[in-house]
Design a protein around this ligand. Structure first.
Ligand code: FMN
Length: 174
């Protein structure tokens, strides 16, 4: 079973479409915007010594759910040159999860990241930023950049209209 997590703030856009395209029967899709996840703010850093006060919002449970999955696919749009803030909320909330359990490798070994953006020339740091999970690990080729400009697409275009993108996404997750 794959777990696909989309980090776009928009319903029905490219990230949602990629998640739905990549999901097979029995896979689970989570639209992170719907979780109403609390950002790492307005707390006293309880996660370093105990439990994060925001656990009831389900982010901890989402990390927990990754263990049972064959693959976990994070689908991340670029907003203003960076991964979206929803992705950073998820990332930071991992502090609570990873500081209480020795599971980093067990999660990262299942992880695949797809980034949706315009141009590698204009924003060369986007794809490497998504690869931070894998620094110092043996896991290679875990980040796929869907670079719209490569196929002449503009901001409002549907990336799945391009056969090359569809093929790359399927091959990446095989
Ligand atoms: C606030 C905001 C900022 C964006 N900034 C960029 C950007 O800097 N570079 C870029 O290539 N695309 C940018 N985009 C376009 C998104 O990456 C693009 O629309 C992508 O398809 C978003 O995913 P979605 O279709 O799933 O919503 C931005 C979109 C939004 C909403």
């Amino acid at each position: 079973m794959k777990l696909l997590i989309g980090f776009s703030g928009r319903r029905g856009g490219n990230c949602d479409q990629i998640a739905e395209y990549a999901a097979a029967e029995g896979d689970r899709i989570v639209y992170f915007r719907d979780m109403k996840a609390h950002p790492c703010s307005g707390c006293d850093y309880e996660c370093f010594s105990g439990a994060c006060r925001y656990r009831p919002d389900g982010v901890y449970d989402l990390y927990e759910a990754m263990h049972g999955c064959e693959k976990v696919v994070l689908i991340v749009p670029m907003y203003c040159g960076n991964p979206s803030s929803l992705y950073f909320i998820f990332n930071e909330r991992g502090q609570d999860y990873f500081s209480h359990s020795d599971v980093w490798d067990d999660i990262v070994k299942r992880l695949y990241v797809i980034g949706v953006y315009g141009s590698a020339r204009i924003t060369p740091g986007f794809v490497p930023c998504l690869g931070k999970w894998f620094e110092g690990t043996p896991y290679k080729n875990r980040v796929l950049g869907v670079e719209r400009h490569r196929n002449g697409q503009r901001i409002g275009d549907r990336v799945l209209d391009v056969e090359e993108f569809r093929r790359e996404i399927k091959a990446f997750l095989e």
